[in-house]
Structures are given as structure tokens and as C-alpha cells.
Design a protein around this ligand. Sequence first.
Ligand code: URP
Ligand code: ZN
Ligand code: ZN
Length: 463
Amino acid sequence: MPLLFQNARIVTATEDYAADLLVIGEHIAAIAPRLVAAECPPGTRVIDATGKLLFPGFIDPHVHVYLPFMGTFAKDDWTSASRAALVGGTTTLIEMICPGKGEEPAAAYAIWKGHAAGKAACDYAFHMGVTRWDALADRQLREIVADGTASFKVFLAYKGALGVDDRELYHALKLARELGVVVTAHCENETLVAERQAELIAQGHTGPEWHEPSRPPTVEASGVEHLMRFAEVTGAEVYVVHTSCADALDAARAGRARGVNVHVESVIPHFVLDRSYAERSGFEGAKYIMSPPLREKPHSNALWQALCEGFISTVGTDHAPFDFEAQKAMGRNDFTKIPNGIPSVEHRVQLLYTHGVAAGRIDLHRFVDAASTRAARIFGLTGKGSIAIGGDADLCLWDPAHRGVISAATHQMASDYSAFEGWPVQGRAEVVTVRGTVMAEAGRFVGPFGHGRFLKRSPKLPG
Ligand code: URP
Ligand code: ZN
Ligand code: ZN
């Protein structure tokens, strides 16, 4: 059904203006100061956008939906994760494919794609995880890129599980450079983490509050510095995921100053939560275990500053949901066994708006850029992340006057707790469309599952 947004204030990464906007089919058909319903195609639905902001659909460049990890599986599937994303205003997800150590890339690729196909309500793409290096991996990774998955993921952490050694890292970066794809990287020095974990456990420090001391800022900065040096040698374009602290930002800045083509992502938990949450008594802290860990407040201040300056390119979630009762509890006597991750795909946009825009830390343009536009640019999501005639009609009509409270009792994600329980939020996605189909309205999912499309992306041209 054609849609006519009337009296909208259209806000993108670079523009802010009043207009009406017409959607026909999957695309934006017209934008003009005044469009009259009588002159639109028969059956056009008119949406009154008075007092609201019309944003491009938001893009989360870092989620885990299907994730076998730390002896269990992440709690969401593509129906619950995409429903939650849409209710929160996110119209495209990029999922990390995480093959087990030694697993064939093509086999993992087929499994991950199979989980999303026919279920996802929002559009989606993947970053292809590299966990081995040999002739077979080289061949299959080329085929995967040719299939439209034009970015890689490497873990410099999780020793013996997902982590790559230096040889694997070197070849993954070299291939990426050759093919023109970006390498996203989890940066922590895996040896330092493993040794510190063992020491702390041997000393009887078993609670969740010891997770952060086992992987302090220096350990993350060491990982970023390592990536920067390998990127320098290979010339690969790199993207540091979930940057949590000032030390890691400094290591990325130093790399960029030496000419490394590096992008920096931070994720919403690191902006709005801090280490004290993981120190909560009675094992409550387990709800806040993720890696890199939540840091002391000055580090989140450094993230806000870097976001405001534009050094942080994107704000994602690293959505990795595990139940508190049955899954986080696996690490009750040993923090190293608590499944890492915080469910957050639903509330990223609302939290960034509340703690960023409404709190005066970032302006609306930076908000849209970091939560949508820049991810589309970096990862080659053509037609996404902007509002332009002919572009995909992925839109989020935002009510800045809405006031709400986050709770697991009402959220759409499958996890049994919210890390933001009882938090007040400002603003809400009132109408969310994916390629012209209304998928969420006023906090409710209304669209069909299976509407989501796999987004084929092209490598960047050499140059
Ligand atoms: O704690 C986290 N981040 N869990 C998900 C896996 C990863 O490292 O991204
Ligand atoms: Zn990670
Ligand atoms: Zn992740």
C-alpha cells in the first residue's frame, strides 16, 4: 500500500527540513513541501507526521542471533530478534557468522543464512567469521564474498574457541585487501585474558565482579594496537568492534595517524552502563557480563566525546542474549563460564536518543549518522541509511514526546531479563517501514515474518 507521510520533519545525517514524503512499492517515490493525498495512487495511506521526526531506518552493524557460544546458544532466533529490532526502529541487522574453530567457512555460512531465511522480518546481511586458514578456507571465503557477504570478522580474543592466531589474522587481512572487503575485529589480547583469568580463579576470585579485572583496558588496547600493525603491513581496511575504553580509542587513533584505514564502533552498553553494574551483589552482576567488559565511568565519557567528535563511526549493540536463570547461571562458581553478552537490539536507538540527543551529548545528525548512515556507507548497504528519492523506503517515524520505561515484562527479545530494567526513556519509533511495508507501530510489531531480505553487498573497488 502506498504511504504518504504528511508534515514530516525529515532528519538525516546531513539535512533537517520540513516536507511530505510518498512511498510507492519498496521505494521513496517523492519528497516535496506539499503532496496532496488526492493526487497519490488510489489506496494511499496517509500518516500524519506532525510533531514527529522522520529518520532513515536504523542499522545495527553488530548483532548475534544464531550463536553457539560458551557451551550454550544465544536466546533469540530471527523472529524474536528482528521483531525486537523493528519495534525499536532498526530496519537492517548485520549478523556475525561465528564458525567454530576449524569449521569449514561454507558450512557455517549455509547454517547462518538458513537461520535467517524465511524468518527475518527486517533486512539483513552478514560479516563472515574467519577461524581457520588454508587453501579450502581461501577458496570458500572468495565464494562467500562473491555471494554478497563483503566483510569479514576476526576475533583476537576467545583463545581456543573463536580466536585467530597471527598467521590466520595475516592471511585474512591479506585476502580482504585483495578482494576489497572490510575486516571487523574483536580486539583483546587472548593470551593476557587467559592467563589473568587462570590467576584470578586460582586466587578464589570467582564472582562476576572479577570479569573486568581479567581483561582491563590495557588488554583491549593491546588487541587494537596488534590489529593496527597487521593492517599497516597488509593495507587492509579494518573496523574495530565494541570499543569500550579510552586506551583502545588511543590505539586506534595512533593507527589512523600512521595511515591505517580504520573505523571505530562502540556499542550501546558501553555508553550507558559501567563496571559497577557487573559488581552487583547476589550474582546480579552476571547480567552485565560482556567482552570487552563494562568499564569505569571515565571510559564511557571518553566514548561520548569520541562519538561527538566523529572518531567513533558507528553505535551498534553487540546484541548477544543469554537468559539469566538458566544460562548466565552456568558461571555461578566461575565468572569465566558466564556466557558473554547483553541483550540490547531493541533499545539501542531509544537509549542513544535518550542519553545522547535528549541529554545534549550529540546532535540529531550525529545520532542518525552513527546509528544508520555510516554503517550503510562502510559496509556497502546500497539504498539504506539515507532518505532520498529512489532509495529503499526504510523509514522510522519518531515521536520525540513519548516517555516510556524499559522492562523485560514488555520487551520483544526472548531473554528473561533486561539490563536496563526500569530505565526511563524518551522518544519512540511510531511507524517503522522496511522497503515500504509497515512493520511496527507504536511499540507493536505488525509486519509479516519472512519479509526481511538478504542484502548482497559488493566489495569496494581497489584504489
Ligand atoms: O560479550 C560479547 N561481546 N559477546 C558476544 C561475542 C562477542 O565477543 O562479540
Ligand atoms: Zn566481540
Ligand atoms: Zn559480537
